[in-house]
Design a protein around this ligand. Structure first.
Ligand code: SF4
Length: 64
């Protein structure tokens, strides 16, 4: 199924991991990271996102 919102989502996506095939397809992004006990990149600060560490512990550390 095609994502009808991909182009719009990409304008708001702060993820800098460009090779990712899920960029702009938020539902796939969330499922992927949840299945790995992680958070999507858009939950992180600019500096936190840039580490590419999407773990929950990295998220908590990012906001301490
Ligand atoms: S947060 Fe993860 S799944 Fe989502 S676009 Fe970035 S690298 Fe891809």
């Amino acid at each position: 199924m095609d994502c009808n919102f991909k182009e719009k989502n990409l304008t708001r996506c702060n993820c800098t991991y460009d090779p990712c095939p899920r960029k702009g397809i938020c539902c796939e992004c969330i499922v992927y990271h949840r299945s790995n006990n992680e958070m999507p990149g858009c939950y992180f600060s600019k500096a936190g996102e840039a580490t590419y560490n999407r773990s929950i512990s990295a998220f908590i550390k990012d906001y301490r």
